[in-house]
Design a protein around this ligand. Structure first.
Ligand SMILES: NC(=O)c1ccc[n+]([C@@H]2O[C@H](COP(=O)([O-])OP(=O)(O)OC[C@H]3O[C@@H](n4cnc5c(N)ncnc54)[C@H](O)[C@@H]3O)[C@@H](O)[C@H]2O)c1
Length: 257
């Protein structure tokens, strides 16, 4: 799928990986719609790149439907959607004071898993009756963000890994469901990336993450994620798979207790 001249909607586009992708795809000629619940940062990113911001909560059907419709009015239907909205979590299944609160688990799954499905369903519907383009008759591309924690979950990551495992698990069925319309679905599983999501991490834990990344032994940067995203959009044979971008890291159990 061509990036230049096409419309892309990005959830979580106000910060971190989503903001880096918004900037990169805009620099490659896309019209960018930024969807986020953070109005100040979302407005800033959108105005910096000449895009449009729409406030929304990805975990709410009504909120995302309204914001999505607003962006379609402003920019036209998207041929590209990137799901980056997400939140971190850190709590073990049982702690000193009792079992993991169920509502905290639900909150993480609502944002990280249901929130991804929410943008996927709206984007796929908007794409399905666009004209097919290019030699393969493509209509659209959907990129979701899982995590290496989907498969290498660490202690204290039970809700986060469950939510990301769900994102990973939907990649192939999405590609199969959407194939008749020429719409591709690919997920990205980042390792540790230097974004506000990991800023609150204890220093010792952050050091362990960087030190266990074979090469380069550091956190990834937003533009590296954005570069992979642009490649996925441009390469029509990438479909139904998950792409790890992690410097070879395989997360080990935490040494922290
Ligand atoms: N940073 C990493 O190391 C890393 C690693 C693996 C996966 N990821 C995933 O990448 C994605 C992007 O994370 P990031 O590191 O850029 O974090 P970030 O905190 O910088 O950005 C996340 C964005 O999502 C938005 N958001 C959160 N909840 C929302 C909601 N309910 N509705 C709308 N917007 C909401 C936030 O406002 C923020 O702008 C997330 O799904 C995260 O789980 C990040």
């Amino acid at each position: 799928m061509e990036i230049a001249g096409n419309t892309v909607f990005i959830t979580g586009g106000a910060s971190g990986l989503g903001a880096a992708t918004a900037r990169h795809l805009s620099s490659l000629g896309a019209r960018v719609g930024v969807l986020d619940r953070d109005v100040a940062k979302g407005t800033e990113v959108a105005s910096e790149i000449g895009g449009v911001f729409a406030e929304s909560d990805v975990s709410s059907a009504e909120s995302l439907e309204a914001a999505f419709a607003h962006l379609v009015e402003q920019l036209g239907a998207p041929r590209i959607a990137v799901a980056c909205a997400g939140v971190g979590a850190g709590k073990k299944v049982i702690g000193r004071n009792g079992p993991h609160p169920l509502d905290e688990f639900e909150r993480i799954v609502n944002i990280n898993l249901i929130g991804v499905f929410n943008i996927v369903r709206l984007a796929a519907w908007a794409m399905h009756d666009l004209d097919p383009v290019g030699p393969d008759g493509e209509r659209g591309v959907i990129v979701t963000t899982a995590s290496i924690a989907a498969t290498d979950g660490v202690d204290g990551g039970v809700s986060y890994s469950a939510s990301k495992g769900g994102v990973l698990g939907m990649t192939l069925p999405l590609a199969r469901d959407l194939a008749p319309w020429g719409i591709r679905a690919v997920s990205i599983s980042p390792g540790s990336f230097d974004t506000p999501l990991v800023e609150g991490m204890p220093d010792a834990y952050a050091e362990q993450m960087a030190a266990t990344t074979p090469f380069p032994p550091r956190f990834g940067q937003g533009p590296e994620y954005a570069q992979l995203c642009a490649h996925i959009i441009s390469n029509p044979m990438l479909n139904g798979s998950d792409m790890r971008i992690d410097g070879g890291m395989r997360m080990a159990p935490s040494r922290l207790r």
